[in-house]
Design a binder for this molecule. Structure first.
Ligand code: SAH
Ligand code: SF4
Length: 393
């Protein structure tokens, strides 16, 4: 930054720099982008309009090259190219399952890798997005939980996952053609259910989702975005106020004793504390109902008594219970409940008046199901290493 282009004092979000290079515009809030433009020499009076224009190019038209931003002057485009980049995480591999599920292995700054999964259905297309590399929590049935937290993803890396899926699916607006207006969108829903605990990376997740929900950004309704948390109680209230998306909670047990073992954050905020904050969520966020995720573990949490206790606990909360057949991973200390057991459990809940869908594992042939993501990456790494050792490369 030169002396003639001072950085303003009132930055709302510190622009994220790529190492020492130019600032990445992807993931900046509107305010932060405005500050960054002013810092680069844009006259203050023009800054808001410039943000609108650049924002549209990036998030509506999917443009990556400043030269294509034809409603900006040549000089301004040159300035942008000098000071900024429009950069997404890099797709390392893309696998497509026989059921149409796509799994992307994505590399972020520092050489770390996360996975992103696209799940097409007849009435929607859901993108499962990661928020951290690894996780600080240690849920005993989750493979990501056996990984140390490497780092939080930036807002740009989070919203960038949605953008790279749009790239792959060729889903950007083209002048005179449109996309979402002409039919169902390919990426119509986002679930924050990939690697990591989104509420331990609150600001970045919030900024990314604001861009996803912005009418001139990726323009997805907040009703089509679901954030899944293991139960970070203080941040749940903040999510209602500051994001307002749909909420899913990894509930998984009906007694503190069992939940302590499965979801250890329960020792900090127990079932009663979690339920208290969940009761408030729909009112504050004006959302319809909360999804209770419940992984079905053979002989651990899957009895008829568990089902009945669950109904009692959630009494009065508008809810849907999503039953997830456990996805096994090498060395996992649990087994998946039998299909009959899962059905019996679902029936009890359904008869009490709650929707109780059983989550169908998708993309199993490419290891894209819940809780399987990281294991495949590790295996791939290992075999690469083995190959290197064998070939002496
Ligand atoms: N950290 C967040 C979001 C990521 S996990 C959370 O815990 O909610 C997304 C969902 O997959 C959670 O409900 C999680 O409990 C579940 N999950 C993790 N490992 C699993 C496995 N091996 N089989 C089935 N579901 C799993
Ligand atoms: Fe982390 Fe969620 Fe896995 Fe628990 S289930 S270890 S919170 S990613």
């Amino acid at each position: 930054m030169t002396a003639t282009a001072p950085i303003t004092q009132d930055v709302h979000t510190i622009p994220r720099k790529l190492a020492d290079g130019p600032v990445n515009l992807v993931g900046l809030t509107r305010d932060a982008m405005r500050d960054a433009l002013i810092g680069a020499g844009t006259p203050e009076k023009q800054a808001k309009m410039r943000v609108n224009q650049i924002w549209q190019w990036i998030y509506h038209w999917g443009v990556r090259d400043f030269a294509e931003m034809t409603n900006l002057s040549k000089d301004f485009r040159a300035l942008l190219a000098e000071k900024f980049v429009i950069s997404l995480p890099e797709v390392v591999t893309r696998q497509v399952s026989t059921d149409g599920t796509r799994k992307y292995l994505v590399r972020i700054a520092g050489g770390h890798e996360v996975e992103v999964v696209y799940i097409p259905e007849t009435d929607r297309g859901t993108l499962c997005v990661s928020s951290q590399v690894g996780c600080t929590l240690t849920c005993s049935f989750c493979h990501t939980g056996t990984q140390k937290l490497v780092r939080n993803l930036t807002a740009g890396e989070i919203v960038g996952q949605v953008m790279l899926a749009r790239d792959d699916l060729d889903e950007w607006h083209t002048p005179g053609q449109g996309t979402g207006d002409n039919g169902p969108r390919l990426v119509s829903n986002i679930v924050l259910m990939g690697m990591g605990e989104p509420l331990y990376n609150f600001e970045n997740v919030r900024d990314a989702m604001k861009i996803a929900m912005d009418g001139e950004g990726l323009a997805l309704s907040r009703r089509r975005i679901t954030l899944s948390t293991s139960g970070v109680v203080p941040e749940i209230a903040r999510t209602a106020q500051e994001i307002g998306c749909q909420l899913a909670v990894s509930f998984h047990a009906t007694t503190d004793d069992v939940r302590d073992r499965l979801v250890p954050i329960n020792k900090r905020w127990n079932i009663a504390a979690l339920l208290d904050v969940l009761r408030e969520y729909p009112k504050v966020s004006n959302s319809e109902r909360i999804t209770f995720e419940y992984v079905m573990l053979d002989g651990v949490n899957d009895s008829d008594d568990d089902a009945r206790r669950l109904i009692k606990l959630i009494d009065g909360i508008p809810a849907k219970i999503n039953l997830i057949p456990f996805n096994e991973w090498p060395g996992a200390p649990y087994k998946r409940s039998s299909n009959n057991r899962i059905k019996a459990f679902a029936d009890i809940i359904y008869k009490a008046g709650y929707a109780s869908p059983i989550r169908k594992p998708r993309g199993e042939d490419i290891m894209a199901a819940c809780g399987q993501l990281k294991s495949e990456t590790e295996r791939a790494r290992k075999s690469r290493k083995q190959i290197e050792a064998e070939t002496g490369l």
